[in-house]
Design a protein around this ligand. Structure first.
Ligand SMILES: Nc1nc2c(ncn2[C@@H]2O[C@H](COP(=O)(O)OP(=O)(O)OP(=O)(O)O)[C@@H](O)[C@H]2O)c(=O)[nH]1
Ligand SMILES: [Mg+2]
Length: 622
C-alpha cells in the first residue's frame, strides 16, 4: 500500500455504531451488537472513496471521554494522541455520534477538538433520528463546530455515501497538518463543556415533544425486579428447550448421512489400516462431532438475537444486585454472558472493567460459564442417558437437564467469586453506570451472516484440529497391534490404551475407565474433542454387532448412569482448553494466573465429579 495513504480513526461513544460504519466502509466483519463495550481493541482496515482514493481506517473501542478509566478506553486515547509505540497519529478523526443522543455524544466531540487533529462529524443512526421526528440543522452545526458534518446510516448498504464524498473533498483539498495535542486530555472544564453542548443543541436541534417510547413501555416490565427476573429465566429456559427440540430432525439427517457414508466405505473397501483410519478415525470421530452443528447454530441464534435486540444490558441491570452480593460488579455481566459462546472473547471483554480486582475475579470465573464447545459433550451424554420425557406437560426432560448444567456452572461461578472476594479483602463496590440502548428488531441479515460464520468456524475446527487429533489418536490406539491370539480389546494393547491404563487409577474414583481417560487426553486441546475421541476409541474397540451402532447407543449400553453423570459434571468445570488458558495469560500478563485457573478448575472438576459419582451410586442409580 502507498505510504502516503491517509490514516483515519473512528472515535465515538460506546454503541454509537462505529464498528457498523467500519464494516460498511472496509468490508470487514467485526462484531457489532446493541450494547456498550463490544469493541475492546483497535482494528484496522482499508476503504476506497468514490474517486478511487485509498485510506486506512482504524476502529476503536468506544469511550465517553479522552480521560480513560478502563484499558479499552486507554487504547482509544493512546491512538488519538499518537502514544502507541510504532504507530503514527491518525491524519483525520472521524467522530461518530448517535444522532438520537446528541446531548451525551457531543461532549466527546468537543473534547476531541482539543487534540488538534482535523475532524469530520458523522451523525449516525440518521434513520432512527428521522423516525423519531428529530431535525438536525447540519449546516449550522458544521459552522458552529468548524468541521464538516454528514449524516449516515451504517446498517444500510449505501448509508455512508455522504461521508465518502466528504472524504474525497477533504483529500482533494489536502488535510491540515495536525497540531500538538493538548497536554491534558481530560482537562476540558466539564461545566463549560456542558454549557457549550446546550448552546449547540439550542441552535441546531428540533425534537418533538417526548412521548412514552416503546422501549420505555417494555422496560417497565423487563426491568421490574420480579417480572423482569421471571422473563429472564423464561427466556433462558426456552432457549435450552429449543436447542434440543428444534435440532432433532437436522441432527438425525446428519447422523444418517454419516452412518451411510461409514457403511459405504466399510463395504467397498477391503479390510486394512486405511479402511480403519477412514471408518474408525475420520467418520466415527469427526462425524460424531459434526452432528452437533444444528444445536450450536440454534444456541448462537439466541445469543445473536439477545445481543442485537438490546436486551443484554437490561439483564446486566437486573443481575447487578445479585452479582454485588457475591463480590462481582454488574460490569462483569456482559463478559460472563459472552463466555457462553466462548470464554476467550469473554475474558477479552473484561477490559471494560475499570478495577483490576473486579476484572481478575471475572476472568477467574469466566471459564465456568458453559461455552458452546461443551454443548456437544452435554448433548451426547444427555441424549444417551436422559430419557426423552415431557415434564409437567410442558418441558422436555433433556432440555431441563441441559438447563440445570448451565445453572450449575453459573452457581459455581457465583460461589467461587464469593469465596475469593471474601478472602481477597473488600473491594470498592463500583456502581453500574450503563446506558440502556433503545430496543431494536434484530437484523435478519446480521443474524444470518453471524450464523454462517459460526457454522464455518465449527466446520473448520472439525475439519482442522479435530480431524488432525483424530488421525493421531487413531494411530496411537491402533498400534502396536495386538499379537495373534490376544484376548481382550486390541485398543488396550496400543500406546493410547497403555497410557489410559496407567492413568486409570487416578480417575477410577470418578467412575472413568481407561477409554474415557484416553478420550480426555486429546480433549486438552479443545473440549468438544472428547466426543470425537470417544467416537474413535469406541469404534476401534467395538466388536460384532456393535460395529454399526452410533456412539450414543454404545455408551448407553456400556456405561453406568453414575459414570455418565460424573463425566457431565467433570465438563461443567473441566479446565481443558488451551485457548482459554492462553487468553488468561495474555490478559493478566502472568503465567502464574493461567496456571492458577487451570489448577483450581481441575481440583473443582475432580471433586465435583467424585461427589456426583458417589452420590449417584449411593442413590442406587447403577
Ligand atoms: N438503525 C440503525 N442502527 C445502527 C446504525 N449504526 C449502528 N446500528 C446498530 O447499533 C448497534 C451498535 O453498533 P456498533 O457498531 O456495535 O457500535 P460501536 O460504536 O462499535 O460500539 P462499541 O464497540 O461498544 O463502542 C448495533 O446493534 C448496530 O446494528 C444506524 O445507522 N442505524
Ligand atoms: Mg465497536
Amino acid at each position: 500500500m502507498s505510504a502516503a495513504a491517509p490514516r483515519l480513526a473512528l472515535l465515538g461513544n460506546p454503541n454509537c455504531g462505529k464498528t457498523a460504519l467500519f464494516n460498511l466502509l472496509t468490508g470487514h466483519r467485526q462484531k457489532v451488537a446493541n450494547y456498550a463495550g463490544v469493541t475492546v481493541e483497535r482494528k484496522q482496515g482499508w476503504l476506497t472513496t468514490p474517486q478511487g482514493r485509498r485510506a486506512q481506517l482504524l476502529d476503536l473501542p468506544g469511550t465517553y471521554s479522552l480521560d480513560p478509566l478502563s484499558q479499552d478506553e486507554q487504547v482509544t486515547r493512546d491512538v488519538v494522541q499518537g502514544r502507541l509505540a510504532g504507530e503514527a497519529r491518525p491524519d483525520l478523526l472521524v467522530c461518530v455520534v448517535d444522532a438520537t443522543h446528541l446531548q451525551l455524544n457531543l461532549r466527546l466531540v468537543l473534547e476531541a477538538q482539543a487534540q488538534g487533529l482535523p475532524m469530520v462529524l458523522v451523525l449516525n443512526m440518521a434513520d432512527v433520528a428521522q423516525a423519531q421526528g428529530m431535525r438536525i440543522d447540519t449546516v449550522a452545526l458544521a459552522a458552529e463546530l468548524g468541521m464538516p458534518v454528514v449524516p449516515a446510516v451504517s446498517v444500510q448498504k449505501d448509508g455512508a455515501r455522504a461521508l465518502l464524498e466528504q472524504l474525497d473533498a477533504l483529500f482533494t483539498q489536502g488535510l491540515a497538518a495536525p497540531l500538538p495535542a493538548a497536554a491534558d486530555a481530560g482537562g476540558v472544564d466539564p461545566v463549560a463543556l456542558n454549557q457549550r453542548v446546550r448552546e449547540l443543541l439550542a441552535l441546531t436541534l428540533q425534537v418533538p415533544a417526548k412521548r412514552w417510547g416503546l422501549s420505555d413501555r417494555i422496560d417497565r416490565f423487563a426491568l421490574h425486579p420480579l417480572w423482569g427476573m421471571a422473563l429472564l429465566a423464561l427466556l433462558l429456559l426456552f432457549m435450552f428447550q429449543a436447542v434440543f427440540a428444534w435440532a432433532a430432525w437436522p441432527m438425525d439427517a446428519i447422523e444418517a448421512g454419516i452412518g451411510l457414508m461409514g457403511q459405504q466405505v466399510a463395504t467397498h473397501m477391503s479390510d486394512g489400516p486405511l479402511r480403519s483410519l477412514l471408518v474408525d478415525g475420520v467418520i466415527a470421530g469427526v462425524g460424531g462431532v459434526l452432528v452437533f452443528l444444528p444445536q450450536i447454530l440454534i444456541l448462537f441464534f439466541f445469543i445473536f438475537v439477545l445481543e442485537d435486540s438490546g436486551y443484554l444490558p437490561r439483564a446486566a441491570f437486573l443481575m447487578d444486585r445479585w452479582m454485588g452480593l457475591v463480590g462481582l460488579s454488574g460490569r462483569s455481566f456482559i463478559p460472563l454472558l459472552s463466555s457462553f459462546a466462548c470464554a476467550v472473547p469473554g475474558i477479552m471483554a473484561t477490559r471494560t472493567i475499570t478495577h483490576w480486582r473486579d476484572r481478575w475475579l471475572t476472568i477467574l470465573v469466566a471459564p465456568l460459564m458453559t461455552c458452546s464447545a461443551r454443548l456437544p459433550v452435554y448433548a451426547l451424554l444427555i441424549g444417551a442417558f436422559i430419557p426423552q420425557r415431557t415434564v409437567g406437560g410442558l418441558f422436555n426432560l433433556q432440555g431441563l437437564v441441559l438447563f440445570a448444567l448451565y445453572v450449575m456452572g453459573i452457581v459455581s461461578a457465583m460461589l467461587v467469586a464469593y469465596v475469593v472476594s471474601r478472602h481477597s479483602g473488600k473491594g470498592q463496590p463500583t456502581p453500574l453506570l450503563m446506558e440502556l440502548p433503545a430496543y431494536r428488531w434484530p437484523s435478519a441479515r446480521n443474524i444470518a451472516r453471524g450464523l454462517w460464520e459460526r457454522g464455518l468456524i465449527f466446520v473448520r475446527r472439525v475439519g482442522g484440529i479435530i480431524l488432525a487429533l483424530m488421525v493421531l489418536l487413531w494411530f496411537l490406539s491402533s498400534y502396536p497391534a495386538a499379537p495373534e491370539g490376544f484376548t481382550g480389546s486390541a485398543v488396550a494393547h496400543s500406546f493410547a490404551g497403555r497410557l489410559g491404563g496407567v492413568l486409570e487409577p487416578l480417575f477410577a474414583p470418578l467412575g472413568f475407565d481407561w477409554r474415557i481417560v484416553v478420550a480426555l487426553i486429546p480433549a486438552m486441546a479443545a473440549r468438544e474433542v472428547v466426543v470425537a475421541a470417544l467416537g474413535t476409541v469406541y469404534a476401534l474397540s467395538a466388536q460384532g454387532e456393535q460395529v454399526h451402532e452410533a456412539l450414543g447407543a454404545l455408551i448407553a449400553e456400556q456405561w453406568t448412569l453414575p459414570t455418565a453423570l460424573a463425566l457431565l459434571v467433570w465438563f461443567v468445570y473441566a479446565p481443558q482448553c488451551v485457548a482459554m488458558l492462553a487468553a488468561v495469560r495474555r490478559e493478566t500478563g502472568r503465567w502464574r494466573h493461567a496456571l492458577g485457573v487451570a489448577a483450581y478448575l481441575f481440583a473443582l472438576a475432580y471433586l465435583m465429579a467424585w461427589i456426583t459419582y458417589r452420590v449417584a451410586g449411593a442413590w442406587g442409580a447403577t
